[in-house]
Design a binder for this molecule. Structure first.
Ligand SMILES: Nc1nc2c(c(=O)[nH]1)N[C@H]1C(S)=C(S)[C@@H](COP(=O)(O)O)O[C@H]1N2
Ligand SMILES: [Mo]
Length: 217
C-alpha cells in the first residue's frame, strides 16, 4: 500500500473486488484476463455486452448542442484521425507500456455539433447499458482525448470496447469508456459509474485517487 493515500487505500481495492465478482459470474469470460491481451485486463461491469459492427453501430451526440448528430462508423472513419502513444494505467495498479490509440479528436466532434453556452461538461454513455463517464468541457477539448477507432494499431476489438471507445490519455483508464454510444453536453459534471463508488472525477494519473503513479500523457 506504499504511496497510497487514505482515499486510495479505501477505494482502490473496491474496483478490484467489484470486477472480480462480476468476472466470476461471467460465463463468456469477456471481462476476464485473457491470454494474448498484451498486458491488458478486459474489464466490464456487466456480464455480457452486445456486439456492434459497422452495420449497426451508432454514436449520438446531443444535449446542449446546436446540431445534435448521430454518427455511423463510416462517418467517424471519414474524419481526420490522430494517433497517440502513451502508457496505460489502471487505478488498481496494472500498467501497459506505450500503447497506440487512434481516432477522432473529441474536440472535432464537439466543434461539428456546436457546443451551446451553458454546457460545462460532457457525459459519456455505453451500449453495455450501464457504464458512464464524464469530463469537464476543458478536459474534453484536450488534444489527447480521442473517440478511438483503433487500439494497438488494429480496430478496437469487442473486448477492448469496440468498435468505438473513448481514450483519455492523461487519466486513469476508467475514464476511457468502452462501447461508447452517447456523448451528451451537460450543464454540470455528472460523475461516472466508478465515481459513484468514490473514485475521483478528475482522474489525472499520479495526481488523484491517492496514487503516485508516473504520468501517462
Ligand atoms: N463500458 C465500460 N468501459 C470501461 C470499463 C467498464 O467496465 N465498462 N472499465 C474501465 C476500466 S476500470 C478500465 S481499467 C478500462 C479497461 O479497458 P480494457 O478492458 O480495454 O483493458 O476500461 C474502462 N472502461
Ligand atoms: Mo481500471
Amino acid at each position: 500500500m506504499l504511496g497510497l493515500g487514505v482515499a486510495g487505500a479505501a477505494a482502490g481495492p473496491y474496483l478490484q473486488r467489484a470486477v472480480e465478482s462480476v468476472t466470476s459470474k461471467d460465463p463468456t469470460g469477456l471481462s476476464d484476463l485473457l491470454p494474448g491481451g498484451g498486458g491488458f485486463r478486459y474489464y466490464s461491469v456487466v456480464g455480457s455486452v452486445p456486439t456492434r459492427t459497422a452495420a449497426d453501430y451508432t454514436l449520438t451526440v446531443d444535449g446542449l448542442v446546436d446540431r445534435p448528430a448521430t454518427y455511423r462508423l463510416a462517418d467517424l472513419q471519414a474524419m481526420p484521425q490522430r494517433r497517440i502513444v502513451h502508457d496505460v494505467q489502471c487505478v488498481t495498479g496494472w500498467r501497459v507500456p506505450g500503447t497506440p490509440f487512434e481516432g477522432v479528436r473529441l474536440a472535432d466532434l464537439l466543434d461539428q455539433v456546436g457546443v451551446r453556452p451553458g454546457a460545462t461538461a460532457v457525459r459519456f454513455s455505453c451500449f453495455d447499458g450501464t457504464y458512464t463517464e464524464s469530463l469537464t468541457l476543458d478536459q474534453a477539448r484536450r488534444d489527447d482525448v480521442l473517440v478511438c477507432l483503433r487500439m494497438q494499431d488494429r480496430p478496437v476489438s469487442h473486448e477492448h470496447g469496440g468498435p468505438v471507445r473513448l481514450y483519455v490519455a492523461p487519466m486513469y483508464f476508467y475514464k476511457s469508456a468502452k462501447w461508447l454510444s452517447g456523448i451528451t453536453l451537460t450543464p454540470t459534471v455528472q460523475p461516472g459509474y466508478w465515481e459513484h463508488y468514490g473514485y475521483d472525477v478528475d482522474a489525472w494519473v499520479g495526481r488523484s485517487n491517492g496514487r503516485d503513479d508516473a504520468p501517462t500523457g
